[in-house]
Design a protein around this ligand. Structure first.
Ligand code: ATP
Length: 453
């Protein structure tokens, strides 16, 4: 098995098989935006469902929320995003390309070794054309828009750069309507937008992406322990989805890397072929920063009455925050494998069954008209119960390969014996083992093999 596929291989598989397309491709695309095709949308939905099940459905202390993308702009003043959600950027005076100043640090070191003295970022030549760069300027990453018919400063609003704030501003609503006691959490899945200076590495860094965030409210003093628990919990979620442990790492943020709101942050990182270890999820101890700031800016108390101490307190918050798109890329890369079978190469995605876009493929041995009615009957039987695909084009071997390549765990083959014995063959993706089962017991047999996925 190849260790890690190159990004070209992954991108081309995604395009060829309908996982991910460039957004507005027929117009030349648009940087940092992607569309998810027929298989991509299934995989993405399965990732979201797996997360929702683990964080909301199976727990007794987390409830869900779906807040709006555009909120009162004061939210972003209170959260600090208007003032501080910015990256330093530099422009090339010749080719006009724009770079994140922190990404030029390596070039700075190079320039220093050439000149034998310290240079600032602006003294580094443009990595593309060698031209002169401007001084770094701060660039706010929030997308701006206007609400209503008038485009003036009073109607400015922002597309949310994270889903978290929708949770904080609803803290009181959820607390009173769901009658929760600390500790409890609120989970949300939704789009987020960041005008990244340098989007790239396929769907790793997008300008529009989807986040899955939990804000878990705890009594101050218990925050460090809950932080540890969530780090473990989240790490286990990733490995539970089949991501190999040795490809994951937990990394502590250094003091100067910590966000303005965080007491401690830990990233879960995956070993990407293009970048080495890079963040796929952040787990932060946000203290009482956000609730405190919103209380101050909105002029509303955002407190919890603790019966034990008989006091109103501002809870501390532990935030596990991850991106759906980065998770998508992670599971694709991690599950990709190439094998040699009887002198032929087979490419497969060993996706966790729960994540596989198609669970069962129905494959008549050929297009022979005698087989078709039975094959269609089997498909009709399975379609309401599993995500299926019917494929009768080309040789059976090629169709198995096609299903392997998109990660389908099970294929059901209808052959001429089926017409006599009312039985079909189930073929497994990873082992390629085949078993014969009666159509009557097929649904049960598939359910058992899929293990509830
Ligand atoms: P990075 O350092 O890579 O820019 P970040 O620290 O800004 O990420 P967070 O603000 O912690 O990211 O966001 C939480 C999660 O949201 C990340 O772990 C990542 O999975 C996802 N995410 C953040 N920015 C993007 C993006 N531009 N494209 C895709 N996913 C993103």
């Amino acid at each position: 098995m190849a260790d890690a596929p190159s990004m070209d291989v992954v991108v081309s598989l995604c395009k060829r098989r309908g996982f991910v397309f460039q957004s507005s491709e027929i117009y030349g695309g648009i940087g940092g935006f992607w569309d998810y095709g027929p298989l991509g949308v299934e995989l993405k939905n399965n990732i979201k469902q797996a997360w929702w099940r683990a964080t909301v459905q199976e727990r007794d202390d987390v409830v869900g929320l779906d807040a709006s993308i555009i909120m009162n702009p004061r939210v972003w003043q209170a959260s600090g995003h208007v003032d501080t959600f910015a990256d330093p950027m530099v422009d090339c005076k010749s080719c006009k390309r724009r770079f994140r100043a922190d990404e030029l640090v390596e070039h700075k070191h190079e320039a220093e070794s050439v000149h034998g003295q310290a240079v600032d970022i602006a003294g580094v030549p443009c990595p593309d054309c060698g031209g002169e760069l401007t001084e770094p300027r701060m660039f706010n990453l929030m997308f701006k828009t206007y609400v209503g018919p008038v485009e003036d400063s009073a109607s400015v609003a922002y597309l949310r750069p994270e889903t978290a704030q929708g949770i904080f501003v609803n803290f009181d609503n959820v607390l009173t309507t769901s009658r929760r006691k600390l500790p409890f959490g609120i989970a949300q899945i939704g789009k987020a937008f960041r005008n990244e200076i340098t989007p790239g590495n396929f769907i790793f860094r997008d300008r529009e992406f989807e986040q899955m965030e939990i804000e878990y409210f705890v009594l101050p003093g218990t925050d460090e322990e809950w932080h540890e628990r969530w780090i473990q919990e989240r790490f286990n979620w990733w490995t539970g989805l089949g991501v190999r442990k040795e490809k994951l790492r937990i990394r502590e943020h250094t003091e100067d890397e910590l966000s303005h709101y965080a007491k401690r942050t830990v990233d879960i990182e995956f070993d990407f072929p293009f970048a080495g270890f890079a963040e796929i999820e952040g787990i932060a101890n946000r203290t009482d920063f956000d609730l405190g700031r919103h209380a101050e800016h909105a002029g509303r108390e955002l407190k919890y009455f603790d019966e034990e101490s008989d006091q109103h307190i501002v809870p501390y918050v532990i935030e596990p925050s991850m991106g759906v798109d980065r998770c998508f890329l992670t599971v694709l890369i991690d599950s990709y494998a190439e094998e040699e079978v009887r002198g032929e190469k087979r490419t497969l995605l060993r996706l966790h069954k729960e994540l596989a876009p198609i669970k069962v493929a129905v494959l008549p041995l050929s297009r022979n008209e005698k087989l078709v009615p039975t094959a269609r009957r089997v498909w009709d039987l399975l379609r309401p119960r599993f995500m299926t695909q019917y494929d009768d084009a080309q040789s059976i071997g090629r169709r198995y390969r096609r299903q392997d390549e998109i990660g389908t765990p099970l294929c059901v083959t209808v052959d001429f014996d089926t017409l006599d014995d009312e039985a079909v063959t189930i073929r497994e993706r990873d082992s390629m083992e085949q078993v014969r089962v009666p159509i009557e017991g097929l649904v049960e047999a598939l359910r058992e093999k899929l293990g509830g996925a």
